[in-house]
Ligand binder design. Structure first.
Ligand code: SIN
Length: 312
């Protein structure tokens, strides 16, 4: 029998736990010719900011041994053009869409959420994911390394909207648990982790960094074990759901994240290689759960059993 796949991120009900990761498929319209996005739990859009951003100068991506580095710099058309020129098409397309937003200040975040709240009657989004953790713009990590600042943003967002609210956190901290707790206490419905790990690439012959800012964000299979650990750690510290992300390439990876405590997963880098990766992964999850006799995907969430400590 096909397993039940519906999951809930607080008030956000998803038909299954498979989401696309922000920044990996635009608003979804770019991916729609290749994959049926209406089958997914949700598409998370590229970050939108108050003003348009042209992003960082090229090169912006670099392939590594087991992943990729990016330094896009939050290129996006800005909220006005997004609401008038992109969101209507997204809503007409009918797939569940979570808007991802970022700002340079608490006010920026709140103003962006208020814009989505204001068009809720005509252009509804399923939820808002606050990008507190972009490593590729000045100050992009500020809200994700200090629990008080994370709470300020999430608190302001909570006051600005009743839409389901996810806070996307950085792994570039000593301990992600205080950040996740701060978001929970400030009113987030879920936390998403992890954003990319800080990394660099070097052109040694030219004695130059590949990226203008030297640092970039590492994603892909290289970070999967690191991300799995962060998800396990955070999910043991909060009661709100955790959305796991980081190097998920296939159904087995996704099920590992659920076992480690994630209620849903996001697929990112895999989409650059295979545009149908999220759909393929969903099919594979259903098959593996059925083979394992798991009737409801929720029954797997957080079932990781740490081995007993070896006897002294
Ligand atoms: C970028 O636009 O630079 C990537 C976004 C992110 O890592 O949050």
């Amino acid at each position: 029998m096909r397993p039940r796949m519906e999951v809930a991120l607080g008030p956000l009900r998803l038909r299954n736990p498979v989401m696309t990761a922000s920044g990996t498929c635009g608003s979804g319209l770019e991916l729609a010719p290749f994959a049926d996005l209406s089958r997914l739990g949700a598409v998370v859009g590229k970050t939108v900011t108050r003003e348009p951003r042209i992003g960082n100068p090229p090169p912006r991506t670099f392939e590594t041994a087991a992943g990729m580095l990016n330094s896009i710099g939050l290129q996006n058309p800005g909220i006005d053009r997004f609401l008038s020129g992109v969101l209507p098409e997204v809503v007409a397309s009918g797939y569940p869409f979570v808007a991802n937003i970022a700002g340079e200040s608490v006010e920026d975040f709140a103003a962006l959420a208020a814009r989505f709240e204001a068009v809720r009657g005509t252009l509804p989004v399923a939820g808002i994911e606050a990008n507190l953790s972009c490593p590729n713009v000045a100050g992009g990590l500020d809200f994700s390394v200090d629990p008080r600042r994370a709470a300020e943003v999430v608190g302001a967002l909570r006051r600005a909207t009743t839409l389901p609210l996810l806070a996307k956190l950085s792994p570039n901290v000593t301990d992600v648990r205080p950040l996740a707790r701060a978001c929970e206490e400030a009113g987030a419905d879920a936390v998403t982790l992890v954003n990319t790990y800080l990394g660099a690439a070097v052109d040694w012959r030219r004695r130059k960094p590949v990226f203008g800012r030297v640092m970039a964000g590492l994603s892909g299979p290289a970070i999967k074990p690191l991300a799995l650990f962060q998800v396990w750690r955070a999910s043991s510290a909060v009661r709100i759901p955790v959305v796991g992300i980081g190097g998920i390439m296939d159904a087995g990876d996704a099920l590992e994240f659920l076992c480690a405590g994630a209620r849903a997963v996001q697929v990112g880098t895999a989409l650059f290689r295979t545009p149908t990766a999220a759909n393929d992964l969903l099919d594979g999850m259903e098959r593996l759960l059925e083979e394992e006799g798991i009737a409801d995907v929720n029954d797997l969430v957080g079932t990781l059993r740490p081995r007993a400590e070896p006897a002294p």
